[in-house]
Design a protein around this ligand. Structure first.
Ligand code: ATP
Ligand code: MG
Length: 420
């Protein structure tokens, strides 16, 4: 047999699952303190949702989607991101009829057909938030603060928040003209992708990884200097709210998303130490998206955070998560009769909520003791004929070596006392 996991995917084995669970648990804890509620949407959707919700002229829709026809002849796509699905669900379930704003978060797999490399996979995981039904700039600052708090509580530092405003369709149309004029004399010097973008989506030239370093890129007009009054006022407020929370940011005019339904605030949080794939999370406002997907004018904002990138950053920064993979008690037995008795205790202890293990392979006492170590047992106990007859046994603290004799009938209580 020589079947391997598909390129760009990987198994998460138990020693790593513990880290994922830790990350998920702390996410749920922090997000709920910001009053975000978890939403779970399908892993696949109608292809059209992503075509409209992400936009035809994007890398995702142009080249990265896992799209197939199902047996019913529908075009289906494995979700490449979360926002479109959340907005679809919000509209479909008429959540807009309830009190607003709506604050949702999600955690799960996303699928993109990309060239696998460090920090870039075909199945990867994002956690993200979406807030629908409010255009208050305080929300923009709130979700940035939320994302940063999560990373800080994990122990990460040296993160950079990059901030921009991409305006609204009104001021962006004028800016677009300026940009086209600006790039005209440099057309020959742009990469081939950007020459293509020049006509279709000139804003995207600004975040081109190939052209990024070129001299003329630095002097391109900056969109945050070309905003209309309303967008400028909103941007000032976002910055003010960030200041209130002592959150530093770097103004970054190259942070753009060229589509009409992306509006105002755009941001990314970067850890430079990650190399080429250095964005941990990114997001922004999409006040025109609900209109595009479902014909309703509902403002929205969100971010998506790459979970693999969080774990890579933890590794890069040498941070060990405080993961407890110990068990409370390992029961070592001698002889058939003790083995059966231990099996009953095992069950009782587990019902009391303790983490307990014993040997199932009929191994020697010495091997069983080794198994206790391998399982990171905090306590161990040996049960043999003697112990059963006298009704007593010795609990051993595996760290301190301290031993204490107890009545066997009190084993559950005695163990409960030792575990908090
Ligand atoms: P990039 O410019 O790196 O392709 P993107 O704009 O496609 O990023 P988003 O769609 O904004 O990224 O996704 C949000 C986050 O999800 C990224 O910042 C990153 O942390 C993570 N991410 C995106 N694509 C992948 C992938 N293929 N593998 C792992 N993580 C990813
Ligand atoms: Mg991408």
């Amino acid at each position: 047999m020589n079947i391997t996991a598909p390129r760009g995917t990987k198994d998460i084995l138990p020693e790593d699952t513990a880290k994922w669970q830790y990350l998920e648990n702390i996410t749920r804890k922090i997000f709920s303190s910001y009053n975000f509620k978890e939403i779970r949407t399908p892993l696949f959707e109608a292809t059209e949702l992503f075509q409209r919700g992400i936009g035809e002229a994007t890398d995702i829709v142009e080249k990265e989607m896992y799209t197939f026809e199902d047996k019913g002849g529908r075009s289906i796509t494995l979700r490449p991101e979360g926002t479109a699905s959340v907005v679809r669900s919000f509209l479909e379930n008429k959540i807009y009829g309830q009190a607003q704003p709506t604050k949702y978060f999600y955690i799960g797999s996303m699928f993109r057909y990309e060239r696998p490399q460090a920090g870039r996979y075909r199945e990867f995981h994002q956690l993200g938030v979406e807030v629908l039904g409010s255009d208050n700039p305080a929300i923009d600052a709130e979700i940035i603060a939320l994302g940063l708090q999560l990373l800080e509580e994990l122990g990460l530092d040296n993160l950079e928040l990059h901030l921009n405003s991409v305006g609204c369709p009104k001021c962006r149309a004028e800016y677009r003209e300026k940009l086209i004029n600006y790039f005209k004399p440099y057309l020959e010097e742009l990469c081939s992708d950007c020459q293509d973008r020049y006509d279709r989506n000139p804003l995207r030239i600004l975040d081109c990884k190939v052209d990024r370093g070129k001299e003329f890129m630095n002097n391109a007009p900056k969109i945050y200097e070309e905003l209309c009054e309303e967008c400028e006022d909103d941007f000032d407020q976002v910055k003010e709210f960030l200041d209130l929370l002592d959150i530093d940011y770097i103004l970054d005019a190259n942070l753009v998303r060229g589509l009409d339904y992306y509006t105002k605030t755009a941001f990314e949080v970067i850890y430079k130490g990650l190399g080429a794939q250095d964005t941990i999370f990114g997001g922004g406002r999409y006040d025109g998206l609900a209109e595009e997907v479902g014909g309703r004018d509902i403002p929205g904002i969100g971010f998506a955070m790459g979970m693999e990138r969080i774990l890579l950053t933890l590794e890069e920064q040498g941070i060990e998560l405080p993961i407890d993979n110990s068990i409370d008690l390992f029961i070592t037995t001698i002889g058939e009769k003790a083995n059966k008795e231990a099996f009953k205790y095992l069950h009782k202890l587990r019902k009391a909520g303790l983490k307990v293990e014993m040997d199932y392979l009929g191994r020697s006492v010495k091997s069983q003791m080794k198994a206790a170590d391998r399982n990171n047992a905090n306590y161990s106990i040996i049960l043999g004929e003697d112990e059963l007859e006298k009704g007593v046994a010795t609990i051993r603290n595996m760290t301190s070596g301290e031993q204490i004799e107890i009545k066997l009938e009190n084993l559950v209580e005695e163990m409960e006392k030792r575990i908090d």
